[in-house]
Design a protein around this ligand. Structure first.
Ligand SMILES: Nc1ncnc2c1ncn2[C@@H]1O[C@H](COP(=O)(O)OP(=O)(O)O)[C@@H](O)[C@H]1O
Ligand SMILES: [Mg+2]
Length: 351
C-alpha cells in the first residue's frame, strides 16, 4: 500500500505528504521551502521539526494541524510529533557592506512627525522580541530622539574598543542619535554631518547578532532617508500614517522617497485609529501608493502613557486591542521580511 513499508510509513511518504502542506505566508509547500528537518520515522512514530523563517511566525498552529492531517491521510495510525524551530533569513548585503552581524534592517518612516512612528518602532521591536527574535532599535530621529525614553532607558552607553555598547530593555538593544548629541542642545544636522552620524550608529556600535534592526527615522523625506539608504542596504521600509484624509499625502511622499532609493516597501500602518480620528486613511494611502496595507493600531491613552513611562503597551497591557493589533502587525511584518529575503536575487540569501 502507498507509503507503507513493513506496515509502517516511510520517510519518503511523510515528505510526500508534507509537500501538500502550504506555508500560508510564503506561498509554497513546506518541503520545497526546505522547512522540514530532523525527520525520524519509527514504526507509527513520526517526528520532525518545522524550521520557520521567523520565530514570529503568525500561523504555526495551522501548519502543525495541516501537517498532522496530511500524514494521517496516508498513515491513519501515525503518531505525529511536530517541533518548531526558527532560523531568520538574512539580507546578506548588510554583512557585505557593514560588517555587522545584523540580518535584516527595517526602516520605519512617516511623512510628518507626531503620527506615532517612534511608538510603532518601539512596540514592534518589543513584539518581535517577545516572540523570540533578536531585535535592536536604532533611533535616527535627529529632531526628537525619544526612543530611549520609550524603553525606559537613561544615561549613555559604555564605549568599549571605540564602539558603543547598546543599552538594553525589554529584550531589545537600543542605540539613539540622542547619545551623539550634546545634552539639551538643539542640533540642526544636515548633509555630511548627518550622514556621518547615521553611519556611526551602524558601524561604531557593537550590535549583537540581530534578526531585525528597526530604524526609527526622522519624519519627512529628506537627508536622513538618503543617508540611511546610502549607508546600508535596507531590507524594507514601513510607512506609519494617521487615519485622517490629510495624512494620506504625507504618507505618499514618505513612500515616494524610498521608491526613489529603491528600498522595498513592506507596507503602511495606520496608527491612532478609532472614534476621534476615524479610520481608513492607511488603507487609502496604501492603495494610492500601490503597496500593502498592513493594518491599524487603535488610539488608546495607554499607548501614550506606556511610551512616557518606558513600558510599551505590548508589555504593560498585553490584552488591550492596541497591543494585540501591534503583535499581529509584527508577525505580519516578519513574514513579509521572510518573503523579501527569499527573493531570487542571488545577493539575498540565508546567512
Ligand atoms: N495608538 C496611539 N494611541 C494613543 N497615543 C498614541 C498612539 N500612538 C502614539 N501615541 C502618542 O502620540 C504621540 C506621538 O507619538 P510618537 O511615537 O512620538 O510620534 P512620532 O515618532 O511619529 O513623532 C506620543 O505622545 C505617543 O505616546
Ligand atoms: Mg519620534
Amino acid at each position: 500500500m502507498f507509503g507503507r513499508n513493513n506496515g509502517s510509513i516511510t520517510e519518503d511518504a511523510v515528505m510526500q505528504a508534507l509537500s501538500t502542506v502550504q506555508e500560508p505566508e510564503l506561498h509554497d509547500n513546506l518541503v520545497s521551502l526546505n522547512m522540514i528537518r530532523d525527520l525520524t520515522v519509527r514504526g507509527e512514530q513520526v517526528a520532525f521539526t518545522i524550521m520557520l523563517t521567523t520565530p514570529a511566525c503568525p500561523l504555526r498552529g495551522q501548519m502543525e494541524q495541516e501537517s498532522v492531517a496530511a500524514i494521517k491521510r496516508v498513515a491513519p495510525n501515525a503518531q505525529v510529533q511536530v517541533r518548531f524551530d526558527s532560523q531568520v533569513r538574512g539580507d546578506s548585503r548588510i554583512a557585505g557592506k557593514l560588517n555587522i552581524p545584523v540580518k535584516n534592517i527595517i526602516a520605519v518612516a512617516s511623512g510628518k512627525g507626531g503620527v506615532g512612528k517612534s511608538t510603532v518602532s518601539t512596540n514592534l521591536a518589543v513584539s518581535l522580541a517577545l516572540d523570540g527574535a533578536k531585535v535592536g532599535v536604532l533611533d535616527a530621529d535627529i529632531y526628537g530622539p525619544n526612543i530611549p525614553l520609550m524603553f525606559g532607558l537613561s544615561g549613555k552607553p559604555r564605549v568599549e574598543n571605540n564602539k558603543m555598547v547598546p543599552l538594553e530593555a525589554h529584550g531589545v538593544q537600543v542605540i539613539s542619535m540622542g547619545f551623539l548629541m550634546p545634552e539639551g542642545e538643539a542640533v540642526v544636522w544636515r548633509g555630511p554631518m548627518l550622514h556621518k552620524a547615521i553611519q556611526q550608529l551602524f558601524v561604531d556600535v557593537r550590535w549583537g547578532e540581530l534578526d531585525y534592526l528597526i530604524v526609527d527615522l526622522p519624519p519627512g523625506t529628506g537627508d536622513a532617508q538618503l543617508s540611511l539608504a546610502q549607508s546600508t542596504p535596507l531590507t524594507g521600509a514601513i510607512i506609519v500614517t494617521q487615519p485622517q484624509e490629510v495624512a494620506v499625502s504625507d504618507a505618499r511622499r514618505g513612500a515616494a522617497a524610498f521608491a526613489r532609493l529603491e528600498v522595498p516597501m513592506i507596507g503602511v500602518i495606520e496608527n491612532m485609529s478609532g472614534e476621534i480620528f476615524g479610520s481608513g486613511g492607511g488603507q487609502k494611502a496604501a492603495q494610492l501608493i500601490g503597496i500593502e496595507y498592513l493594518g491599524s493600531i487603535e488610539l488608546d491613552p495607554r499607548v501614550r502613557s506606556g511610551g512616557d513611562t518606558g513600558k510599551p503597551i505590548v508589555v504593560e497591557a498585553p490584552d488591550s486591542a492596541a497591543a494585540q493589533s501591534i503583535r499581529t502587525l509584527a508577525r505580519k511584518i516578519a513574514a513579509r521580511i521572510s518573503l523579501l529575503t527569499m527573493a531570487p536575487d542571488p545577493e539575498l540569501r540565508i546567512i
